[in-house]
Ligand binder design. Structure first.
Ligand code: FAD
Length: 328
């Protein structure tokens, strides 16, 4: 396994990726780095801002460019009930803003931000508050449950199944790097529930996840083909393909064109601040694009995962911080 630094635009070095992901889960480093104004400015490339008003501005701009959005209030792994309640309150505020401003946006959330580390029933109760508020809006915003590290996969899917019985406009995420995902996708197809498919952003052991990027990419390709199979689509599945990988995106475009699948039968999803050129090109070609827009103060772990995906970002950020420091 190579541990050399990545070539520009090449896959991230496994060692650097591991180090950054390891750092992403350190609360001490998080407290230290989150206090730096320079680091916040660097994170600003991926984060809409600290307040809901900042996120609404981004959503409006995306709407003008023909894109949809999913609002994510940043935060994860809370350890106090009060924090879980506050996270859910932030989503109630986000849903109210979507409703008031008539935005084409859903919300994305993490169950550990809603108190999953305190117990599944805690997170489920807060999730139900959010789903109930969403159900009162018109149109009802879609609520997507993000997928976190593998310690939470089974529990997240179980909570999703329980709430789905009462709220149809809720969905979950499947990570292509996990061996289990092919089976999970079949269950979702059988239920007519279209997941968001992503590659997976956490540090996982080789016993349960493909360590090599080429294998993850191959898995993503297989799973996306499965989600776009005619029998899945005719059963009412609306899959969301979350990736910035131009090779996979081209493959999907060819796949759907060859089968006469309408571009509005599925959507591409990308992250705020990543490959805006590609987002706009897809819209110009008639595809649906939804952008994941995070906002809030707890940006540290999210930011570190973004750096781990593309260490060139780290070089770019370190270089600009260095130049800034010298200019002072
Ligand atoms: C909408 C959305 C929601 C997601 N939700 C989840 C989730 O719930 N759970 C989860 O585990 N993961 C989630 N992810 C993250 C995902 O798992 C990947 O870690 C991430 O998308 C990088 O993989 P990739 O498919 O874009 O391709 P990669 O193979 O990593 O990258 C392909 C190309 O995309 C570009 N690129 C990718 N990442 C970056 C970046 N950070 N900065 C700049 N350029 C970049 C580069 O050009 C790169 O060459 C989500 C991703 C998206 C887009």
């Amino acid at each position: 396994m190579s541990t050399s630094p990545s070539a520009p635009d090449g896959p991230p070095s496994p060692l650097l990726r591991k180090a950054l992901l390891f750092m992403s889960s350190s609360p001490r480093l998080g407290r230290w780095i989150s206090g730096s104004r320079l680091a916040w400015r660097a994170a600003g490339r991926f984060v809409a801002g600290e307040r809901i008003e900042d996120a609404v501005r981004v959503l409006k701009a995306l709407g003008e460019q023909g894109m949809r959005a999913s609002l994510d209030h940043l935060g994860e792994n809370v350890s106090r009930l009060e924090e879980a309640r506050q996270a859910a309150d932030a989503y109630l505020e986000a849903i109210a803003a979507i409703r008031r401003e008539g935005l084409r946006s859903g919300v994305s959330l993490k169950l550990t931000a809603l108190g999953m580390d305190l117990g599944d029933e805690v997170a489920e109760a807060q999730l139900r508050r959010i789903l109930a508020a969403a159900a009162e809006a018109e149109p009802v915003p879609f609520v997507r449950i993000d997928m976190e590290g593998s310690a939470y996969t089974e529990r997240t899917l179980a909570i999703f199944q329980r709430v789905r019985a009462d709220y149809p406009r809720v969905g979950v995420v499947i990570q292509a790097y996990l061996f289990r995902s092919a089976g999970d996708i079949e269950r979702l197809i059988a239920q007519g529930s279209g997941p968001r498919l992503c590659k997976g952003a956490y540090l996982e052991p080789p016993e349960i996840a493909w360590p090599a990027k080429a294998d993850v990419d191959a898995s993503y390709r297989r799973l996306s083909e499965r989600l776009l199979a005619p029998e899945a689509l005719t059963a009412g599945l609306y899959p969301a393909l979350a990736t910035h990988d131009p090779v996979i995106i081209d493959h999907v475009k060819q796949w759907v064109r060859a089968r006469g699948i309408s571009p509005d039968a599925f959507e591409f999803q990308m992250l705020h601040g990543v490959r805006r050129d590609l987002q706009q090109a897809l819209v110009r070609d008639g595809y649906r694009v939804r952008v994941y827009v995070p906002y809030g103060k707890q940006w540290y772990p999210y930011f570190m995962r973004r750096l781990a995906e593309r260490p060139e970002n780290l070089t770019f950020i370190l270089r600009s911080l260095f130049h800034e420091g010298r200019a002072r």
